[in-house]
Design a binder for this molecule. Structure first.
Ligand SMILES: [Zn+2]
Length: 171
């Protein structure tokens, strides 16, 4: 089974809590990311998403002056690199979060998003399916009515908070 370290993005875009919402929006655009991990003295203080920044504008704050610390989610749920993706997906579903920073001995080493996990699971399941189809076509070479049903993508996972991994910690 795959772990967080197998699919995590190693490059995490970070910002300090005092960064203005306007600057954070610019940074997200420049780096093509949907969130920033907010660090203070290399400790994770929060996570701020493009939606959070939008909320600032909608509330008619001054986005040049309002700092991201006013809009970040905190505390942040983190996980270790060796956590299984399935457990990470359950955590995200249970906590209704889409991104989990990955830390090793308290240091930020990566980030995993829910869509990364869903994509990876699709590939795995689709891979198994095509192997199975090949097996069938080998064993049933004389079959005239080969079914052409396509595999439907399954991206949702059921929340199982009770199955949460021991290695998941709240920082
Ligand atoms: Zn604001």
């Amino acid at each position: 089974m795959k772990k967080a370290q197998d699919i995590m993005a190693n490059e995490v875009v970070t910002a300090n809590p005092e960064m203005s919402v306007a600057a954070a929006a610019k940074l997200m655009l420049a780096k093509d990311v949907g969130c920033l991990v907010v660090l203070q003295e290399s400790k994770i203080k929060g996570i701020v998403t493009d939606r959070d920044l939008m909320a600032c504008a909608i509330k008619q704050h001054n986005i040049q002056e309002c700092s991201i610390s006013n809009h970040m989610s905190s505390p942040v749920m983190t996980a270790t690199p060796d956590v299984l993706l399935i457990n990470l997906a359950h955590l995200m579903a249970a906590e209704q979060i889409k991104r989990v920073p990955i830390t090793e001995e308290g240091e930020l080493v990566g980030i995993v998003s829910f869509s990364d996990i869903a994509e990876d699971m699709d590939e795995q399941v689709a891979g198994m399916w095509s192997e199975w189809l090949e097996l069938i076509s080998v064993t049933k070479t004389s079959a005239q009515h080969r079914r052409g049903k396509r595999f439907k993508k399954k991206t949702s996972t059921q929340p199982h908070p009770e199955k949460r991994s021991e290695s998941l910690i709240r920082s």
